[in-house]
Design a protein around this ligand. Sequence first.
Ligand SMILES: [Zn+2]
Length: 190
Amino acid sequence: MAKSHPGARPSRNEVHPRYEVRHSPVHGYGAFATRDIKKGERIDEYLGDRISHEAADKRYEDYDESDNHTFLFIVDKHTVIDAGVGGNDARFINHQCDPNCESTIEEGRVYIDAIRPIARGEELGYDYQIGREKDDPPNVDEIYACRCGSPQCRGTMLWPPKRPAARKRTKRTKKVAPKATRRTRSSRKK
Ligand SMILES: [Zn+2]
């Protein structure tokens, strides 16, 4: 019954200076460094259709709740980027619990930046920081299960039930949550 998600496969002709998309042992497709990357380097911009939260809800209202496949990224309370429509390969950068990248929001645009040196061949990832919502299904952690393999893996792409307050106040929180509605942020497989 699941509709197939728009944008679920990488494009054939996108070329990136720093990464390539191929099958990942972690989760469907992934992005892998094609050269050594320095801490602080910008990997890519997260592109896609810029729509309201309401429009995003509407667009995916027919999808099953157990489907974690959309490519929604929350920019702010008004805007969500849906990389399933007109998105670039940045949507294939997987979630990692102990990530080598982070998402940064600057003037309404979303970027993925390296937060430590990354060796050629390493898979890129950032913390999706998917928020929890009151109407999440009971198995929401399963739906968003993480198998990134890090010793720090928290087992889910969702934030822990209680977000550490300190984190909220730092500038880092600009990086907001890659998620809008319950079915947020990517994942990819399929
Ligand atoms: Zn993990």
